[in-house]
Design a protein around this ligand. Structure first.
Ligand code: FMN
Length: 254
């Protein structure tokens, strides 16, 4: 079985790629979060794959919160548990956070893999050119081909990017992450048609429509940017996103 958090489709693509080889089923963490699911039945699972993006050199906040709070019931002792982390270029210490979350539940993370995909952090960075994006996605397929073999064979391996220093990740966690959970930076322009997609895709359930416009109601943003990237009118912005473009993985249905 595969549990997957994805905002703009990269991680979902990886989950679908692996599932098509291992014949596992995929359950969306985003949907479970929206529905307030508190336990996952793992009865009979041969493999448990946790797929999530990397935010700030760490496991995506929303996924970390969900995984920390959920119970894995009926997980067979023999189950091979692995993590797949998508990132723009560096997956930081996301694997360590997942390992710690799972170990608190008595579960051992058997393998961890990083997959580089196009970066969706447009409040700061420009999206890749169409040519660069196509190359990046083709390279990700090569990585996934290798991972699929490891996962099918239940290999206990770590295939990760270079680790940043502990001081660096500590400083990011202390000074950058708290500001990313805040919602005051989001703006909505007059192109908004009040369709409510942003409200539906917010995994934290903190967007509501007021007078047909999204309003962010609590400073516990996942910073996944699903609302921003998936807005059909590109009406939502944060930081420099208006200049930096939009991204959704072209090979999945969101
Ligand atoms: C808030 C935020 C922080 C990010 N931090 C990192 C990072 O530290 N390192 C990195 O390589 N990519 C980073 N990224 C890029 C994403 O990890 C990457 O685009 C990921 O594949 C998106 O997954 P998704 O399409 O499944 O949502 C960040 C993206 C966001 C939204």
């Amino acid at each position: 079985m595969i549990l997957c958090f994805s905002a703009t489709g990269n991680t979902k693509y990886c989950a679908e790629y692996i599932a098509s080889r291992t014949h596992d089923t995929i359950t969306s963490i985003n949907s479970m979060m929206k529905d307030g699911v508190k336990s996952v039945n793992c009865e009979g699972a041969e493999r448990l794959g946790i797929f999530a993006p990397v935010y700030d050199w760490d496991l995506a906040y929303a996924a970390a919160e969900f995984l920390g709070g959920v119970s894995f019931v009926n997980l067979p002792e023999s189950c091979y548990v692995y993590g797949v982390f998508t990132c723009g270029s560096n997956a930081g210490r996301a694997d360590e956070n997942l390992r710690e979350i799972l170990s608190r539940k008595g579960i051992t993370l058997g393998a961890a893999f990083a997959v580089s995909m196009p970066d969706n952090y447009v409040p700061m960075f420009r999206t890749e050119s169409p040519e660069r994006r196509a190359e990046h996605l083709a390279k990700a397929d090569e990585t996934l081909k290798e991972l699929a073999e490891d996962i099918a064979e239940k290999r206990h391996v770590q295939k990760f990017t270079r680790k940043p220093s502990r001081l660096f990740t500590y400083l990011i966690k202390k000074f950058v992450v708290p500001s990313q959970r805040k919602v005051k930076g989001f703006t909505v322009n007059d192109d908004c048609v009040g369709c409510g997609l942003c409200e539906r895709v917010c995994p934290m359930n903190i967007i509501t429509l007021k007078d047909n416009r999204p309003v962010w109601t609590a400073d516990k943003c996942a910073c996944c940017l699903a609302c921003l990237h998936r807005c059909p009118k590109q009406a939502i912005n944060l930081g420099r996103s208006a200049k930096n473009g939009r991204y959704v993985n072209p090979n999945v249905k969101l």
